[in-house]
Design a protein around this ligand. Structure first.
Ligand code: NAD
Length: 250
């Protein structure tokens, strides 16, 4: 019960990795605000979890972030931990990217992480400390075809997290995870396409680029995130944990 009496605010909580984190966090005694742009998804995840609430939140909108954090304080009594996973993926040759699309990518990922951290820090300080985990990607560190704006946004998050660790410490720890290919709402359509309609076949093809020759389950990422959110990681701050089945070492 590593999270007894703790409250987590998890963006992107309506799906994929953050939904798995919400499940683990509540299973270990904590309560969670499942924050998502998509209210239906957030409610569906929260409904299955004791001690969870759903809050609508567009991480790219400062007023929405403030309102969602305030709703969490009002309904759950405070915030001890933050997981910043809300986001989207878009691909394509750079010549086909409008400046508007680029800005949206940067605003949701880097901007959203900034906004949630900015407004969460005073709340964590009120509790005497806390933990933040942000989400980069292996795309922050290695080149992937047609993925430059997403990789740039994720590299910004890794850099921001390192800087923020210094500013937020010593009582608030800030870390980052860099997932490799993970089965989630974001990647399932890509797997279906790659597998010619067969998601298992697509997932198998997707997994060939790492040592373990498979994609991750969202729960495997959640295990790493919950480690970083917990006191098990009490001396870990400013780090980026790569969870990619060995993709970036080969
Ligand atoms: N799945 C992967 O292979 C993979 C790899 C590397 C990094 N990531 C990152 O992990 C994080 C979680 O992704 P996932 O794979 O669980 O995807 P997912 O699509 O399953 O979940 C993402 C959630 O974010 C929400 N969201 C999108 N825009 C938002 C916004 N502006 N405000 C609030 N919520 C918003 C969506 O509604 C969705 O519920 C993302 O930051 C993603 O970039 C995923």
């Amino acid at each position: 019960m590593r999270f007894a009496d703790k409250v987590l605010f998890a963006t992107g909580g309506g799906s994929g990795i953050a939904a798995s984190v919400a499940r683990r966090f509540t299973a270990e005694g904590g309560r969670v605000a499942v924050a998502d742009l998509d209210e239906v998804r957030a409610k569906a995840v929260a409904a299955d979890l004791a001690g969870a609430i759903a809050v609508v939140c567009d991480v790219a909108d400062e007023a929405s972030v403030q309102a969602a954090l305030q709703a969490t304080v009002d309904r759950l009594g405070g915030v001890d931990a933050i997981f910043n996973a809300g986001g989207h993926a878009e691909f394509g040759p750079i010549e086909e990217w409008s400046f508007e699309r680029w800005n949206r990518m940067m605003t949701v990922h880097a901007g959203g992480t900034f906004l949630v951290c900015k407004h969460a820090l005073p709340l964590l300080r009120q509790r005497g400390g806390g933990a933040i985990v942000n989400v980069a990607s292996v795309a922050a560190f290695v080149a992937q075809r047609n993925n430059a704006p997403y990789g740039a946004a994720k590299a910004a998050i890794a850099g921001f997290s390192r800087q923020l660790a210094l500013e937020a410490g010593p009582d608030i720890r800030v870390n980052c995870i860099a997932p490799g290919r993970t089965h989630s709402g974001m990647t399932e359509p890509l797997m279906v396409a790659r597998g010619g309609g067969d998601v298992a076949k697509g997932a198998e093809a997707f997994g060939q680029g790492n040592i373990q020759k498979r994609v991750a389950a969202a729960d495997e990422l959640a295990a790493a995130v919950c480690y970083l959110l917990s006191d098990d990681a009490s001396f870990v701050t400013g780090s980026t944990m790569v969870v990619d089945g060995g993709e970036t070492v080969i």
